[in-house]
Ligand binder design. Structure first.
Ligand code: FEO
Length: 396
């Protein structure tokens, strides 16, 4: 294997996963994902995070290939989620004297994963670990995106080992650093990683970025995706924008429709938005498009219009899942429209109204509900809904 260095004696030890279909067993990763660990060889040797357990054998071999029979002295755990802590037990077995570095909250989680909490050092903000020529500084960034999350800052080369923050879906196909790859390939995966995984914790992300701002950072080495060294602003500006809900003028329309009546309402609304000058319009059938992608576009566009038929006196199930995920993530600051259909009893639009009450986004127009197929009166109301949405977005 090539030895990939971030700087003298600082090695990239990442693995590409092209087999897993769903990250966290929820989120589709058609482009795969990388699990990034790092090795620092100084007078003392330190690992920063580990990898997912399917890579343990190759991981240990790669470490051996760099340090031979020398022991690893420290394992720094920035984040305990199993995609990064999967090899902790194996590392401990291979290096029985290793000292684990984590913060107070790390250790409760370690024990809950049945990993012994012996031989550990608890660090807090601004604490320093001296490796010899290099010093490592620690900063906690809670809830980005677990409570124990922290970052490790290598002072000599000004490298921030950032855990999941600034990470991405997508394997590293040859290129590892941002200047070695075409970032267009990663644009959506970086955003989808943020919105899917970190999106619930936008306020925490803002706090973390503020806390880390005084550090002079020349490189960001996350636990997934590219290492940022040439244009840090590419990812920092995006995180800043997304975590502050800075959105574009556009509308996501998503519907649940069994036989096409609710879909027809969506098409009318979409066309009218276009007639009124809205150029970013994404229409999704909730039965076809995974909510991972829909949520991504909800973070991108300010307008959201949801439609549901009545299904067993309630919402269409995929719409119910999407809306409860939006509520759970606490996504903010959207304009909202709702519509739907029923035949013999309601349940679709009535539950969309409950969603509107809970989420507290601005409802731009009265709910539009049709019985059966779309007819002239409700057609007009769909047009009016679209007009109200476009007026809001365009500031008319
Ligand atoms: Fe990549 Fe939160 O684990």
């Amino acid at each position: 294997m090539h030895q990939i260095k971030l700087a003298d004696n600082i090695y990239y030890l990442g693995f590409n996963d092209r087999r897993t279909h769903l990250f966290e067993n929820i989120w589709p990763i058609p482009n795969g994902v990388s699990y990034n660990s790092y090795l620092i060889t100084d007078e003392k040797i330190a690992l920063v995070d580990t990898v997912e357990k399917q890579f343990i054998d190759d991981y240990l071999e790669r470490i051996d290939g760099i340090i031979g029979e020398k022991p690893v002295d420290y394992l720094i755990i920035n984040h305990m989620e199993p995609d990064h802590s999967g090899a902790v037990k194996a590392i401990r077995k291979r290096y029985p004297e290793i000292v684990i570095i984590g913060n107070r909250k790390t250790f409760g989680i370690i024990e809950s994963f049945s990993i012994s909490a012996e031989n550990m050092i608890v660090v807090d903000d601004n604490d320093i670990l001296d490796l010899g020529k290099r010093k490592l500084q620690f900063q906690t960034i809670p809830m980005v995106h677990w409570p124990e999350t922290m970052v490790t800052y290598e002072e000599s080369n000004k490298i921030l080992f950032s855990g999941d923050a600034f990470g991405s879906y997508g394997t590293l196909d040859g290129g590892v650093f941002d200047d070695e790859i075409n970032l267009e390939f990663y644009e959506t995966d970086v955003m989808r990683y943020f919105t899917n995984i970190v999106g619930k914790y936008c306020a925490h992300t803002q706090r973390a970025m503020k806390k880390l701002a005084p550090l002079d950072i020349k490189m960001i080495a996350a636990t997934h995706g590219p290492i940022w060294r040439s244009d840090l602003n590419w990812v920092l500006s995006r995180y800043s924008k997304w975590s502050s809900y800075e959105m574009e003028n556009g509308v996501v329309i998503v519907y649940g429709s069994m036989y096409g009546n609710t879909q027809k309402m969506a098409e009318v609304i979409a066309r009218q938005l276009s007639e009124r000058g809205i150029r970013n319009i994404r229409v999704y059938d909730s039965s076809k498009t995974h909510l991972s992608y829909i949520i991504n576009d909800i973070f991108r566009y300010k307008g959201f219009i949801a439609g549901s038929c009545a299904y067993n006196n309630s919402l269409f199930p995929n719409i119910e899942t999407l809306l409860s995920t939006i509520e759970h993530m606490g996504i903010k600051n959207h304009y909202l429209g709702i519509f739907g259909t029923y035949l013999w009893s309601g349940g679709g639009v009535s539950n969309l109204k409950k969603f509107a009450e809970n989420i507290k986004w601005e409802l731009v127009y009265e709910p539009v509900e049709e019985q059966g197929s779309l007819k002239r009166d409700k057609f007009k109301l769909c047009v009016e809904l679209a007009n109200s949405m476009s007026d809001k977005l365009l500031g008319n």
